[in-house]
Write a protein that binds this ligand. Structure first.
Ligand SMILES: Cc1cc2nc3c(=O)[nH]c(=O)nc-3n(C[C@H](O)[C@H](O)[C@H](O)COP(=O)(O)OP(=O)(O)OC[C@H]3O[C@@H](n4cnc5c(N)ncnc54)[C@H](O)[C@@H]3O)c2cc1C
Length: 396
């Protein structure tokens, strides 16, 4: 392994952040022959990407711009899993959403009907059908919905493979390199990025700094109201294939867009290739507090056992927290900043950044190469009204 002391002096594009979003951007940009430098102030891929469960979901998205990005990304994930020369544990395992009572069953059935109207596969599964999909699930459920298109990937493996491929095309990928400034020219256009390993002259910057993106944006005089939305995950001892799909409670979709306030908990359960089972999840605003909250851990565990009584005998091996990059309208910011030409935001994917990263990489490539993106990205504009600095639009 070669460790560079200094950054290259110039690049066509500097990508700030080596999480999955930055890695997908670097992969797509280097694939079209651009010279790329990726800089990360910490270890590579050690930000929120290292906390993600790796779900690539269509099931939790109603028709609209996020689902469009999700479908573009899903298609690209399938291609990446084929093309990359390492195993990224990509698994088209499907998702199962369950409604424990009548009220949540009505909401789930309505969402599924809307999704079907745009071509998403959502198949009702109750009773024996549901037991066939998930033999250990409680029979005490009102409705189940099978989403065969939901998938899973191992986020760290995927990110490392994408950064490796970008590197093999000539990209420089620098960990332990802090971005300390952004230089603009007299017309407010991007001119250079200053880092702790030197200055890199560049006409394009991609801000893929995840939950820290507001700090990077501020270096260019830009406002971006990203905040960290904390989540807990419990990892069990390896128990083989007890759980076959991504299984979650229909209330999960409500927690995605719930107003900030008390911590939200919903049951999100799935197995992994190594045999461990991931139990989630919680959503709360507590700043950057990394202290695991025992009460939330118990609530997550209890919800999981309600859904899969067999889990009562499975030990939790470790518990960790991560920070989702949250924006007030729950949509990512993807696009060039009109006030600072050359500065592209690629951030704010909250709890869906693993799933949405490949589509984001394609869109960023198209912006830099002046092609028209395959999907309409108007809703992701970084200067949209929901992201403006008005007091009532920040959470508190
Ligand atoms: C508990 C939990 C579970 C999740 N599960 C899923 C899931 O199943 N599916 C899904 O799609 N999403 C999931 N997510 C969300 C997903 O993990 C994120 O949306 C995604 O990882 C964001 O990736 P990113 O590349 O934007 O940011 P990150 O991975 O955070 O990368 C940003 C990088 O920028 C670097 N950086 C920051 N500031 C600077 C600077 N000044 N200079 C240089 N580098 C800098 C950081 O060091 C970091 O490495 C989950 C999140 C959590 C917390």
């Amino acid at each position: 392994m070669t460790v560079r002391d200094t950054a290259p002096r110039s690049a066509d594009v500097v990508v700030i952040g080596s999480g999955l979003v930055g890695a997908c951007c670097a992969d797509e940009l280097s694939a079209v022959g651009l010279s790329v430098v990726v800089v990360d102030r910490g270890n590579l891929t050690a930000g929120t990407t290292a906390s993600g469960e790796g779900n690539i979901l269509v099931s939790d998205k109603p028709p609209g711009p996020e689902l469009d990005l999700g479908r573009l990304s899903r298609r690209r994930w399938v291609e990446l899993a084929d093309d990359l020369d390492t195993d990224i544990e990509f698994d088209e395992k499907g998702g199962v959403v369950v409604a424990p009572d009548e009220a949540s069953a009505v909401g789930l059935a309505e969402l599924a009907a809307r999704q079907r109207s745009v071509g998403i596969q959502a198949v009702e599964a109750t009773g024996a059908d549901l037991q066939e999909l998930e033999p250990h699930i409680t029979p005490d459920l009102t409705l189940g919905m099978h989403y065969p298109e939901d998938c899973q990937v191992q986020p760290i493996l995927a990110s490392a493979a994408l950064l490796g491929r970008a590197r093999s095309r000539g990209a420089a990928v620098l960990g332990q390199t802090v971005v300390t400034g952004i230089e603009l020219d007299a017309l407010q256009r991007v001119r250079a990025v200053t880092t702790t390993r030197g200055t890199i002259a560049t006409p394009w910057i991609v801000n893929a700094a995840g939950p820290w993106s507001s700090e990077v944006a501020a270096l260019a005089g830009l406002h971006l109201p990203i905040e960290p939305r904390r989540g807990h995950i419990l990892v069990t001892e390896p128990r083989g294939r007890l759980i076959h799909h991504k299984v979650y409670d229909a209330s999960y979709v409500g927690t995605l867009t719930a107003d900030p306030g008390a911590a939200q908990v919903s049951a999100v359960i799935e197995g992994t290739a190594s045999g461990t089972i991931l139990l989630g999840s919680s959503r709360e605003f507590v700043g950057w507090d990394r202290q695991v909250d025992g009460d939330l851990v118990r609530r997550i565990g209890a919800r999981a056992v309600q859904l899969f009584p067999v889990l009562a005998d499975v030990k939790v091996m470790r518990t960790y927290v991560g920070f989702r990059p949250w924006l007030p309208d729950h949509l990512p910011a993807i696009g060039e900043e009109p006030a600072v030409p050359g500065f592209i935001q690629a951030t704010g994917h909250e709890g869906a950044g693993i799933g949405l990263a490949p589509g984001t990489g394609l869109v960023v490539r198209d912006l830099v190469t002046e092609r028209t993106p395959e999907i309409d990205i108007t809703a992701f504009r970084p200067d949209r009204p929901a992201l403006l600095p008005t007091p009532e639009l920040t959470h508190g």
